[in-house]
Design a binder for this molecule. Sequence first.
Ligand code: C2O
Ligand code: CU
Length: 462
Amino acid sequence: GRMRMNGSSNHMMEGMHDSIAKLENKTGEQGYLNIPPIIKGEMNSSGDIVYSLTAENGAVQFKDGEKTKTMGYNGSFLGPTIVVKKGQNIQINLINHLNNEQTTFHWHGLIVPSDMDGGPHSPIDAGKQTTIAFHVNQEAATLWYHPHVIGKTAEQVYLGLAGILIVKDENESKLGLPEKYGIDDIPVVVQDRTFTDTNQFDYEKDYRADGTAGNTLLVNGTINPYIDVTTNEVRLRLLNGSNARIYTFSLSDNSTFKQIATDGGLLNSPVEMQALSLSPGERAEVIINTDKMYKNGDVLSLMTGDIAVLKMQIGERKDTKNTMPIVLNQLPEINDFSMIDRKIVLSGMAGMVEINQEKFNEHRIDAYGTVGKREIWEIYNQKDMMGGMVHPFHIHGTQFRIISRNGISPAANERGWKDTVAINPDERVKLEVMFIEKGIFMYHCHILEHEDNGMMAQIKIE
Ligand code: C2O
Ligand code: CU
């Protein structure tokens, strides 16, 4: 395996733009990591699995003192984990119980027709509901869901609307990877928030046009969380669910871990890593092996810089499994046709962000494409006078591959299916993109305030 960091770096964010809140170590509080429940579906008469998701307002006791006013799905903060299998037909009743605001339910990374995708064209008014149906037509992966309302996405996510969607398939089940949910297969939703003196999230006060950030990490909604490790191998499904902050994860003793999956599925083989950067919207699955190095009572932490993200208290490990497969997946070769089909330029900062010199207009189609056609997209992050910043570039309704960064093949851990890619200032990233569904799909910066400020466009696939 190769040991290297992937392309993104977080000091770019801090660069010369107004600086973002510094993360603080929260040593006083400690709680067992909240594990979002797996939502139970019901099978209807035609064999479809039916779920119900309600976006609602709530209040959470994150810390001593007052409860924090929040939003969540089927609860007060974040949402349940949805587990689906490749080949299933799924129906989801989407209910908007928020007070007086529209929302949408977007399935980030899921390959579905655009009218099921929950983008900005599918708002649900407060008090209303709708039902979507789709066929699960992609391989095992860690995806997620969140709102996507024009101008309101960032605030609704900040207040708590987000959840994990796990896709399973036969290949993955046969590999013997850790899969005891909440025990050795753990969703890790990393977000940053600032609490006011009265324990509230004050989105307006903390708003930054280049992306709102907080000084306190919440992991699945827990401040300063820990877990008990009772198996040799622990699988973390990492999601950067933050509005703007980039994390570079490492282990407290600088030992290595193995990345097994990118946004849209398993890598061909595990990649040994010492540090892993994730920009907003990106996911990675990693496996930490505790067999040889640690004794009962040790504490190993997942870190971002010098801040603990998740403490792992190593206990007695009854499970002696130690069977990381060498081959995880059979990804198609990445095609590099030399022709570039589409050039996309990301530019500007704060309120001035644009894609190809335009702001999002829901009534304007920015590009047209053909279903089933492989294309090469070149995404260029145009530096500004201030040096620029990383833009996480996301495309709806597809999983793509990274061909190159400034002409150089991506790191081993970026060679899997991706739906979001960090584009560094002055960098040109080539992607191999194909849509298998028709309709109108968004592509945008996943710094949520940039998206809300218009750094978004749409392609019509016919
Ligand atoms: Cu995760 Cu268009 O969004
Ligand atoms: Cu951006």
